[in-house]
Write a protein that binds this ligand. Structure first.
Ligand code: TUI
Length: 314
Protein backbone atom coordinates (compact mmCIF):
# COMPACT_ATOMS: atom_id res chain seq x y z
CA UNK A 1 0.00 0.00 0.00
CA UNK A 2 1.22 3.47 -0.84
CA UNK A 3 -0.64 5.94 1.37
CA UNK A 4 -0.23 9.66 0.83
CA UNK A 5 -2.22 12.81 1.58
CA UNK A 6 -4.01 12.18 -1.74
CA UNK A 7 -5.30 8.71 -0.82
CA UNK A 8 -6.36 9.97 2.63
CA UNK A 9 -8.06 13.16 1.45
CA UNK A 10 -10.02 11.47 -1.34
CA UNK A 11 -10.69 8.10 0.27
CA UNK A 12 -9.05 6.10 -2.52
CA UNK A 13 -6.86 3.01 -2.11
CA UNK A 14 -4.04 3.91 -4.51
CA UNK A 15 -2.59 7.34 -5.43
CA UNK A 16 -3.32 6.88 -9.13
CA UNK A 17 -5.54 9.23 -11.16
CA UNK A 18 -6.72 8.43 -14.67
CA UNK A 19 -6.11 11.35 -17.04
CA UNK A 20 -9.35 12.98 -18.19
CA UNK A 21 -9.19 12.06 -21.84
CA UNK A 22 -11.78 13.62 -24.17
CA UNK A 23 -13.90 10.94 -25.95
CA UNK A 24 -11.82 8.07 -24.45
CA UNK A 25 -12.51 8.89 -20.77
CA UNK A 26 -16.04 7.48 -20.68
CA UNK A 27 -18.10 6.45 -17.66
CA UNK A 28 -17.11 2.82 -18.23
CA UNK A 29 -13.37 3.58 -18.00
CA UNK A 30 -13.76 5.98 -15.07
CA UNK A 31 -15.83 3.45 -13.12
CA UNK A 32 -13.30 0.67 -13.80
CA UNK A 33 -10.40 2.79 -12.54
CA UNK A 34 -12.29 3.88 -9.41
CA UNK A 35 -13.50 0.34 -8.75
CA UNK A 36 -9.83 -0.78 -8.93
CA UNK A 37 -8.90 1.73 -6.21
CA UNK A 38 -7.64 4.65 -8.31
CA UNK A 39 -9.52 7.81 -9.25
CA UNK A 40 -11.42 7.38 -12.51
CA UNK A 41 -12.12 10.59 -14.39
CA UNK A 42 -14.72 11.33 -17.05
CA UNK A 43 -13.14 13.40 -19.82
CA UNK A 44 -15.82 16.04 -20.43
CA UNK A 45 -13.87 17.38 -23.45
CA UNK A 46 -16.45 18.92 -25.76
CA UNK A 47 -19.31 16.81 -24.34
CA UNK A 48 -22.75 18.45 -24.24
CA UNK A 49 -23.98 18.98 -20.65
CA UNK A 50 -26.88 16.50 -20.81
CA UNK A 51 -24.56 13.72 -22.00
CA UNK A 52 -22.11 14.52 -19.19
CA UNK A 53 -24.96 14.24 -16.66
CA UNK A 54 -25.80 10.77 -17.99
CA UNK A 55 -22.14 9.74 -17.84
CA UNK A 56 -21.90 10.90 -14.20
CA UNK A 57 -25.03 8.95 -13.33
CA UNK A 58 -23.63 5.90 -15.13
CA UNK A 59 -20.41 5.97 -13.08
CA UNK A 60 -22.53 6.16 -9.93
CA UNK A 61 -24.54 3.12 -11.07
CA UNK A 62 -21.31 1.15 -11.63
CA UNK A 63 -19.33 2.02 -8.49
CA UNK A 64 -19.93 3.61 -5.08
CA UNK A 65 -16.32 4.90 -5.06
CA UNK A 66 -15.14 8.47 -5.64
CA UNK A 67 -14.55 9.64 -9.22
CA UNK A 68 -13.81 12.87 -11.04
CA UNK A 69 -14.62 14.92 -14.12
CA UNK A 70 -12.03 16.72 -16.24
CA UNK A 71 -13.26 20.18 -17.14
CA UNK A 72 -11.79 21.32 -20.44
CA UNK A 73 -11.61 25.12 -20.56
CA UNK A 74 -11.83 25.37 -24.36
CA UNK A 75 -15.10 23.39 -24.51
CA UNK A 76 -17.90 25.08 -26.48
CA UNK A 77 -20.20 23.86 -23.66
CA UNK A 78 -18.02 25.14 -20.80
CA UNK A 79 -20.71 26.95 -18.78
CA UNK A 80 -23.29 24.17 -19.12
CA UNK A 81 -20.71 21.52 -18.20
CA UNK A 82 -19.72 23.57 -15.13
CA UNK A 83 -23.37 23.73 -13.96
CA UNK A 84 -23.77 19.94 -14.32
CA UNK A 85 -20.58 19.29 -12.30
CA UNK A 86 -21.88 21.57 -9.52
CA UNK A 87 -25.45 20.23 -9.53
CA UNK A 88 -24.26 16.62 -9.49
CA UNK A 89 -21.81 17.35 -6.68
CA UNK A 90 -18.99 15.54 -8.44
CA UNK A 91 -16.36 14.55 -5.83
CA UNK A 92 -13.26 15.73 -7.76
CA UNK A 93 -12.61 18.06 -10.69
CA UNK A 94 -9.40 18.20 -12.70
CA UNK A 95 -8.92 20.94 -15.26
CA UNK A 96 -7.32 21.15 -18.67
CA UNK A 97 -6.11 24.05 -20.81
CA UNK A 98 -7.21 26.71 -18.36
CA UNK A 99 -7.27 27.66 -14.69
CA UNK A 100 -10.18 27.44 -12.25
CA UNK A 101 -9.60 30.79 -10.51
CA UNK A 102 -13.10 32.10 -11.26
CA UNK A 103 -14.92 28.91 -10.33
CA UNK A 104 -13.09 27.87 -7.16
CA UNK A 105 -15.63 29.32 -4.67
CA UNK A 106 -18.53 27.56 -6.35
CA UNK A 107 -16.65 24.25 -6.34
CA UNK A 108 -15.91 24.65 -2.64
CA UNK A 109 -19.60 25.31 -1.85
CA UNK A 110 -20.56 22.16 -3.77
CA UNK A 111 -17.99 20.10 -1.82
CA UNK A 112 -16.00 19.38 -5.00
CA UNK A 113 -12.22 18.98 -4.61
CA UNK A 114 -10.23 20.75 -7.30
CA UNK A 115 -6.97 19.42 -8.76
CA UNK A 116 -5.89 21.67 -11.65
CA UNK A 117 -3.31 20.52 -14.16
CA UNK A 118 -0.32 22.88 -14.26
CA UNK A 119 2.76 23.02 -16.44
CA UNK A 120 4.56 25.85 -14.62
CA UNK A 121 5.58 26.88 -11.09
CA UNK A 122 3.98 30.34 -11.46
CA UNK A 123 0.50 28.93 -12.12
CA UNK A 124 0.98 26.35 -9.34
CA UNK A 125 1.66 29.11 -6.79
CA UNK A 126 -1.25 31.22 -8.03
CA UNK A 127 -3.66 28.31 -7.72
CA UNK A 128 -2.45 27.35 -4.26
CA UNK A 129 -3.19 30.91 -3.09
CA UNK A 130 -6.78 30.74 -4.33
CA UNK A 131 -7.37 27.51 -2.42
CA UNK A 132 -7.22 24.50 -4.72
CA UNK A 133 -6.90 21.11 -2.99
CA UNK A 134 -3.92 19.77 -4.93
CA UNK A 135 -2.11 20.05 -8.24
CA UNK A 136 -1.25 17.78 -11.13
CA UNK A 137 2.18 18.81 -12.44
CA UNK A 138 2.18 17.66 -16.04
CA UNK A 139 5.40 17.50 -18.02
CA UNK A 140 5.67 17.83 -21.78
CA UNK A 141 6.06 14.06 -22.16
CA UNK A 142 2.27 13.87 -21.76
CA UNK A 143 -0.18 13.36 -24.61
CA UNK A 144 -2.60 15.99 -25.90
CA UNK A 145 -2.20 19.65 -24.87
CA UNK A 146 1.15 20.17 -23.16
CA UNK A 147 3.44 22.75 -21.59
CA UNK A 148 7.17 23.15 -22.16
CA UNK A 149 8.92 21.62 -19.13
CA UNK A 150 9.79 17.95 -18.71
CA UNK A 151 8.28 15.96 -15.84
CA UNK A 152 11.57 15.23 -14.05
CA UNK A 153 12.33 18.96 -13.64
CA UNK A 154 8.75 20.25 -13.26
CA UNK A 155 7.56 17.95 -10.47
CA UNK A 156 10.22 18.79 -7.84
CA UNK A 157 10.04 22.49 -8.76
CA UNK A 158 6.27 22.52 -8.20
CA UNK A 159 6.42 20.28 -5.10
CA UNK A 160 9.00 22.60 -3.55
CA UNK A 161 6.99 25.74 -4.36
CA UNK A 162 3.69 24.68 -2.77
CA UNK A 163 2.51 23.03 0.45
CA UNK A 164 -0.55 21.28 -1.03
CA UNK A 165 -0.18 17.75 -2.46
CA UNK A 166 1.14 17.33 -6.00
CA UNK A 167 0.62 14.49 -8.47
CA UNK A 168 3.04 13.88 -11.32
CA UNK A 169 1.91 13.35 -14.91
CA UNK A 170 3.60 13.00 -18.28
CA UNK A 171 5.69 10.03 -19.39
CA UNK A 172 4.53 7.76 -16.56
CA UNK A 173 3.08 4.33 -17.35
CA UNK A 174 4.43 1.87 -14.80
CA UNK A 175 5.80 1.34 -11.29
CA UNK A 176 9.18 2.82 -12.20
CA UNK A 177 7.37 6.05 -13.01
CA UNK A 178 5.39 5.98 -9.76
CA UNK A 179 8.55 5.33 -7.71
CA UNK A 180 10.33 8.15 -9.54
CA UNK A 181 7.38 10.52 -8.98
CA UNK A 182 7.40 9.79 -5.23
CA UNK A 183 11.18 10.40 -5.18
CA UNK A 184 10.59 13.79 -6.82
CA UNK A 185 8.19 14.88 -4.10
CA UNK A 186 4.88 13.92 -5.70
CA UNK A 187 2.21 12.09 -3.70
CA UNK A 188 0.68 10.27 -6.62
CA UNK A 189 0.56 10.01 -10.39
CA UNK A 190 -1.88 10.64 -13.20
CA UNK A 191 -1.80 8.27 -16.17
CA UNK A 192 -3.57 8.89 -19.47
CA UNK A 193 -2.01 6.83 -22.24
CA UNK A 194 -1.63 3.76 -20.00
CA UNK A 195 -5.38 3.71 -19.26
CA UNK A 196 -6.19 4.38 -22.92
CA UNK A 197 -4.66 0.94 -23.52
CA UNK A 198 -6.90 -0.76 -20.97
CA UNK A 199 -9.55 -3.37 -21.68
CA UNK A 200 -12.29 -1.13 -20.29
CA UNK A 201 -11.37 1.93 -22.36
CA UNK A 202 -13.86 2.30 -25.22
CA UNK A 203 -11.44 3.98 -27.64
CA UNK A 204 -11.32 2.27 -31.06
CA UNK A 205 -9.04 -0.81 -31.27
CA UNK A 206 -7.05 0.88 -34.09
CA UNK A 207 -6.10 3.71 -31.69
CA UNK A 208 -4.99 1.27 -29.00
CA UNK A 209 -2.99 -0.72 -31.60
CA UNK A 210 -1.24 2.50 -32.71
CA UNK A 211 -0.17 3.17 -29.10
CA UNK A 212 1.02 -0.43 -28.62
CA UNK A 213 3.08 -0.18 -31.84
CA UNK A 214 4.57 3.21 -30.88
CA UNK A 215 8.23 3.41 -29.81
CA UNK A 216 10.32 6.12 -28.11
CA UNK A 217 10.31 8.53 -31.08
CA UNK A 218 6.82 7.87 -32.40
CA UNK A 219 5.17 11.02 -31.07
CA UNK A 220 5.56 14.57 -32.36
CA UNK A 221 4.37 17.96 -31.13
CA UNK A 222 2.07 19.91 -33.42
CA UNK A 223 0.71 23.40 -32.79
CA UNK A 224 3.86 25.08 -31.46
CA UNK A 225 3.39 27.87 -34.03
CA UNK A 226 -0.06 28.73 -32.67
CA UNK A 227 0.90 28.56 -28.99
CA UNK A 228 -1.20 25.40 -28.45
CA UNK A 229 1.28 22.53 -28.55
CA UNK A 230 -0.31 19.08 -28.73
CA UNK A 231 1.55 15.72 -28.56
CA UNK A 232 0.28 13.05 -30.94
CA UNK A 233 1.54 9.85 -32.57
CA UNK A 234 2.96 10.80 -35.96
CA UNK A 235 0.61 9.93 -38.82
CA UNK A 236 -0.60 11.52 -42.06
CA UNK A 237 -2.55 14.22 -40.21
CA UNK A 238 0.41 15.14 -37.98
CA UNK A 239 2.80 15.27 -40.98
CA UNK A 240 0.39 17.50 -42.91
CA UNK A 241 -0.07 19.74 -39.85
CA UNK A 242 3.69 20.16 -39.35
CA UNK A 243 4.21 20.80 -43.08
CA UNK A 244 1.57 23.58 -43.02
CA UNK A 245 3.10 25.05 -39.85
CA UNK A 246 6.57 25.09 -41.42
CA UNK A 247 5.05 26.89 -44.43
CA UNK A 248 3.69 29.60 -42.14
CA UNK A 249 0.00 28.58 -42.28
CA UNK A 250 -2.44 30.67 -40.25
CA UNK A 251 -4.40 29.62 -37.19
CA UNK A 252 -7.68 29.23 -39.12
CA UNK A 253 -6.23 26.84 -41.68
CA UNK A 254 -4.60 24.74 -38.96
CA UNK A 255 -7.75 24.68 -36.85
CA UNK A 256 -9.78 23.51 -39.84
CA UNK A 257 -7.37 20.61 -40.38
CA UNK A 258 -7.58 19.60 -36.71
CA UNK A 259 -11.34 19.96 -36.40
CA UNK A 260 -13.13 16.79 -35.28
CA UNK A 261 -9.87 14.85 -35.62
CA UNK A 262 -9.75 13.52 -32.05
CA UNK A 263 -13.26 12.06 -32.38
CA UNK A 264 -12.30 10.50 -35.73
CA UNK A 265 -9.36 8.74 -34.06
CA UNK A 266 -11.06 7.66 -30.82
CA UNK A 267 -14.53 6.79 -32.13
CA UNK A 268 -13.91 5.79 -35.78
CA UNK A 269 -10.37 4.42 -35.50
CA UNK A 270 -9.08 6.68 -38.28
CA UNK A 271 -5.34 6.33 -37.68
CA UNK A 272 -4.38 8.28 -40.84
CA UNK A 273 -6.44 11.46 -40.49
CA UNK A 274 -7.46 11.24 -36.84
CA UNK A 275 -5.55 12.94 -34.01
CA UNK A 276 -3.78 10.15 -32.08
CA UNK A 277 -3.11 12.07 -28.86
CA UNK A 278 -0.67 10.00 -26.79
CA UNK A 279 2.24 10.58 -24.45
CA UNK A 280 5.87 9.54 -24.73
CA UNK A 281 5.08 6.67 -22.36
CA UNK A 282 3.55 4.98 -25.44
CA UNK A 283 6.96 3.35 -25.93
CA UNK A 284 6.60 1.64 -22.54
CA UNK A 285 3.15 0.19 -23.19
CA UNK A 286 3.22 -3.26 -24.77
CA UNK A 287 -0.15 -4.83 -23.98
CA UNK A 288 -3.77 -4.19 -23.18
CA UNK A 289 -4.50 -4.90 -19.51
CA UNK A 290 -7.54 -4.45 -17.28
CA UNK A 291 -7.59 -1.32 -15.11
CA UNK A 292 -7.20 -3.50 -12.05
CA UNK A 293 -4.08 -5.18 -13.50
CA UNK A 294 -2.64 -1.80 -14.46
CA UNK A 295 -3.10 -0.28 -11.01
CA UNK A 296 -2.06 -3.34 -9.01
CA UNK A 297 1.08 -3.92 -11.09
CA UNK A 298 2.11 -0.27 -10.91
CA UNK A 299 1.76 -0.13 -7.14
CA UNK A 300 3.47 -3.51 -6.60
CA UNK A 301 6.37 -2.57 -8.91
CA UNK A 302 6.85 0.82 -7.23
CA UNK A 303 6.84 -0.75 -3.76
CA UNK A 304 9.44 -3.27 -4.89
CA UNK A 305 11.69 -0.61 -6.38
CA UNK A 306 11.47 1.63 -3.32
CA UNK A 307 12.26 -1.32 -1.03
CA UNK A 308 15.30 -2.36 -3.08
CA UNK A 309 16.57 1.11 -3.93
CA UNK A 310 19.48 1.14 -1.44
CA UNK A 311 20.85 -2.03 -3.15
CA UNK A 312 21.44 -0.03 -6.34
CA UNK A 313 24.06 2.03 -4.58
CA UNK A 314 27.38 0.20 -4.14
O1 TUI B 1 -5.70 19.40 -20.91
C1 TUI B 1 -4.69 18.80 -21.15
N1 TUI B 1 -4.56 18.03 -22.25
C2 TUI B 1 -5.56 17.84 -23.17
S1 TUI B 1 -7.10 18.46 -23.09
C3 TUI B 1 -7.52 17.74 -24.51
S2 TUI B 1 -9.14 17.89 -25.13
C4 TUI B 1 -9.08 18.31 -26.74
N2 TUI B 1 -10.13 18.00 -27.44
C5 TUI B 1 -10.16 18.29 -28.74
C6 TUI B 1 -9.13 18.93 -29.35
C7 TUI B 1 -8.07 19.28 -28.64
C8 TUI B 1 -8.01 18.96 -27.31
C9 TUI B 1 -6.48 17.06 -24.99
N3 TUI B 1 -5.39 17.12 -24.23
N4 TUI B 1 -3.63 18.83 -20.31
C10 TUI B 1 -3.67 19.63 -19.17
C11 TUI B 1 -2.98 20.89 -19.40
N5 TUI B 1 -3.46 22.07 -19.11
N6 TUI B 1 -1.77 21.03 -19.94
C12 TUI B 1 -1.49 22.35 -19.96
C13 TUI B 1 -2.59 22.99 -19.43
C14 TUI B 1 -2.79 24.39 -19.22
C15 TUI B 1 -2.60 25.28 -20.27
C16 TUI B 1 -2.82 26.61 -20.07
C17 TUI B 1 -3.25 24.85 -18.00
C18 TUI B 1 -3.48 26.19 -17.81
C19 TUI B 1 -3.24 27.07 -18.85
O2 TUI B 1 -3.40 28.40 -18.73
C20 TUI B 1 -4.04 28.88 -17.61
C21 TUI B 1 -3.78 30.31 -17.33
O3 TUI B 1 -4.78 31.02 -17.21
O4 TUI B 1 -2.61 30.69 -17.23
Amino acid sequence: MIETRITRALGIRHPVFQGGMAWAGTARLAAAVSEAGGLGIIGAGAMPPDLLRREIQKVRSLTPKPFGVNLYYLSPFFSGVLEVILEERVPVVTTGAGNPGKEIERFKKAGTRVFPVVSSVALAKRLERIGVDGLIAEGMEAGGHIGEIGTIALVPEVAEAVAIPVLAAGGIADGRGLAAALSLGAEGVQLGTRFLCSRECEAHENYKEAVLKARDRSTVVTGTSTGHPVRVIENRLAKKFLELERGGAGKDELEKLGEDSLRKAVCEGDTDWGSLMAGQSSGLIREIKSCQEIIESIVAEAENILRKLPENIV
